[in-house]
Write a protein that binds this ligand. Structure first.
Ligand SMILES: NC(=O)c1ccc[n+]([C@@H]2O[C@H](COP(=O)([O-])OP(=O)(O)OC[C@H]3O[C@@H](n4cnc5c(N)ncnc54)[C@H](OP(=O)(O)O)[C@@H]3O)[C@@H](O)[C@H]2O)c1
Length: 240
């Protein structure tokens, strides 16, 4: 099996960390980015950087690409800022769009020369179920919809180079991000679970499995797609 080198943003916890572990178990190297080091082992170099800082992101990516050819990326870092429509501040809107979209563009631009040179590459974006429409998530849903749009445009643009681009849209997954925005006992958490046909949240390991597949060798004929990994939520309601 070909050993690959992957870059993951938001790799210290949750979905990003679980995906890094899964890729590492398969023998790949992962370059991880987040503001803090992970608590556990990591299958490759880990760089601490605040990705909300445009220049710090550029500097980190320049260092990484001078040492590693990146074969695949999981654009996974995200920011939510839940708020009712009337209470959204423009600074919050900017911050949410910036961390979700600008970072994905920067990582992809940094990795593309190597992917194009070898005519092989994988890009996976962590989008979200909220793109189908969820109250109090205006900025976040716009940003995650933007990632789906990036996916479709880049899939076409990069197809001549055999680089595939796909999005994964998780429903509620038990991570720090989800638990912070939807604390146990909160109305939003109960609303999420009530609306999931499988009546449970997902696990980081379940997201890692699909990310690893889309980043791997066997997914080469899939591009431009968004896969909802959401317990059936994007389809509708199960009979009670
Ligand atoms: N959990 C869900 O229910 C769910 C559902 C749909 C989509 N998603 C999406 O899935 C992705 C991963 O979320 P998660 O649930 O796994 O969240 P998580 O457990 O909170 O992990 C978020 C990761 O992003 C890093 N991070 C956050 N802000 C950063 C910044 N400014 N600079 C660098 N790193 C930063 C965090 O590390 P540090 O704190 O160490 O920086 C952490 O590694 C996000 O894009 C999220 O929107 C999650």
């Amino acid at each position: 099996m070909t050993k690959r080198t992957y870059l993951i943003t938001g790799a210290s916890k949750g979905i990003g960390y679980a995906t890094a572990q899964r890729l590492g178990e398969a023998g790949h190297t992962v370059v991880g980015l987040a503001r803090t080091q992970p608590n556990g082992d990591f299958p490759g170099p880990f760089i601490t950087v605040d990705l909300s800082d445009r220049q710090a992101t550029a500097d980190a990516l320049a260092d990484i690409t001078s040492d590693h050819g990146i074969d695949g990326i999981l654009n996974n870092v995200g920011l939510v800022h839940p708020a009712p429509l009337e209470e959204i501040t423009l600074d919050q809107l900017d911050a949410v769009l910036d961390l979700n979209l600008r970072v994905a563009l920067q990582t992809t631009q940094a990795a593309l020369p190597h992917m194009k040179a070898q005519s092989w590459g994988r890009i996976v974006q962590t989008s979200s179920l909220v793109t189908v429409g969820v109250p109090f998530r205006t900025s976040y849903a716009a940003a995650k919809s933007g990632l789906i749009s990036f996916t479709r445009s880049w899939a076409l643009e990069l197809a001549p180079h055999a680089i595939t681009v796909n999005a994964v849209a998780p429903g509620p997954v038990e991570t720090e991000l989800f638990n912070t925005n939807n604390p146990p006992g909160s109305e939003s958490r109960q609303r999420y679970i009530d609306n999931i046909p499988l009546k449970r949240t997902g696990t980081p390991a379940e997201l890692a499995a699909i990310n690893a597949f889309l980043l791997g060798e066997e997914s080469g004929f899939i591009t431009g797609q968004t896969l909802y990994v959401d317990g059936g939520s994007s389809i509708g309601h199960a009979p009670s």
